[in-house]
Design a protein. Structure first.
Length: 405
């Protein structure tokens, strides 16, 4: 029994809306964690490394578990995985609010939220949506979904700051945990259709899909390039408020800067998805990484003021999460969507290795040198390396690659 065009369109539309809202909440809350670094550390008498390690561990757990949650989603559908991830996310935020020592805080912020993020973010959402739209529409659909997720960053930062100022950080975290639970009912709006097969190279077993991916140079280049993205995004999101405070710029400015990044990124992720359907995605990724390198270098080498911080936020917003639809779109173009959640999860794991390094190393270097200078330098260098790695990647399918041998 075939699905009518109307029902298919309706299913894709509902999944697009629900998936976008899930990313809005999940990524919006995640990007607000940097606002909690100073109040939590000062109130508990911790150095910055404790909070930084918890967020770094969160990203490592997120990345390490992503291939497995992706495998479950490919097998059983995104709906149950996203629903369970929402519950873990909410529980982790609540545990962060409990003043129970460093171990309890790290367990909530690092482990539970890390697992929750692996079930509520783009590798699963993108794969589910990609199965509902035609191949030529995938990149645009990912761009639209990611742009809504970017709006979450813009909206959640001032909301989180307002909660911290009005009710203290513990109550703010409880409120965010309740918001995270709103993702649970949204999960039931995501349909679980079988993966469409557009060629024999896509109709393969799990083991064959892994063998095919691991045997492709471009798969590893794409993965290694994504490491830079993770390092920069988490380092900036977690440590920028503290960095600006050290430079004599108020915390309100940091909130506006991070919100600006999210606001501008709404448009940039949409256009990244749109242009990814018309131009070579790896080439666009290279230009994005070069743009990041230039923006970071200009920000840290010029005098840091409120004005320069606002300009940095607007420019970084152009390159912030626009890498995500292009990276996931490249995976779909080459390997298809049958095992996309798992394969994109493996690529994303390297992103999260970078996130762990950016989050933890920023605090570690600061506690030992009293400065973020070395971490900023690493962020610039990684951008240049990522641009070089992505440039030679092609989007030929496996069948086309084999025919060329």
């Amino acid at each position: 029994m075939t699905t009518s065009p109307i029902n298919k369109w309706h299913g894709a539309g509902v999944a697009l809306v629900c998936g976008s809202l899930i990313l809005l909440i999940s990524l919006g809350i995640r990007h607000a964690f940097g606002l909690f670094l100073q109040p939590v550390s000062m109130d508990q008498g911790w150095g910055r490394e404790t909070f930084a390690f918890a967020i770094a561990l969160q990203n490592l757990v997120w990345g390490a578990s992503q291939p497995f949650t992706g495998m479950l989603s490919d097998r059983f559908g995104a709906k149950p995985v996203v629903a369970f991830g929402a519950l873990l996310y909410g529980a982790g935020l609540w545990m962060m609010s409990v003043v129970g020592g460093e171990g309890v805080f790290i367990l909530g912020a690092g482990v539970l939220i890390g697992l929750g993020l692996s079930g509520t973010t783009f590798p699963l959402i993108f794969a589910a949506i990609s199965r509902l739209v035609a191949p030529e529409q995938r990149s645009l659909a990912m761009g639209i979904t990611m742009s809504v997720g970017s709006f979450g960053q813009f909206a959640m930062l001032p909301i989180s700051l307002g909660l911290i100022v009005a009710f203290e950080w513990q109550t703010a975290l409880v409120a965010l945990s309740i918001l995270a639970l709103a993702m649970f009912p949204l999960a039931f709006g995501i349909r679980n259709p079988p993966a469409p097969i557009f060629g024999s190279h896509e109709d393969v077993s799990l083991g064959q899909a892994l063998h095919d991916a691991f045997g492709q140079r471009d798969f590893w280049l794409l993965s290694l390039g994504f490491f830079a993205c993770g390092f920069q995004v988490v380092f900036i999101a977690v440590h920028l408020p503290a960095f600006l405070a050290d430079e004599g710029v108020g915390s309100g400015v940091a909130t506006i800067v991070l919100a600006l990044i999210g606001l501008v990124n709404i448009a940039s992720t949409y256009y990244a998805g749109l242009w990814g359907g018309r131009h070579r995605k790896p080439m666009l990724l290279s230009w994005i990484y070069l743009g990041r390198a230039a923006a970071i270098a200009a920000f840290v080498f010029l005098p840091v003021t409120a004005t320069s911080a606002y300009i940095f936020g607007a420019i970084m917003g152009l390159f912030w999460l626009s890498t995500v639809p292009l990276t996931n779109g490249t995976v779909a173009s080459v390997f298809g969507v049958k095992h996309m959640s798992m394969l994109a999860g493996i690529v994303f794991f390297t992103h999260q290795l970078g996130s762990f390094a950016g989050g933890w190393m920023g605090g570690w270097l600061y506690d030992r040198t009293g400065s973020y200078d070395i971490a900023w330098g690493i962020a610039i260098g990684l951008s240049i390396v990522a641009a070089v790695l992505n440039w030679p990647i092609t989007e030929r399918t496996l069948a086309e690659r084999r025919a060329a041998i």
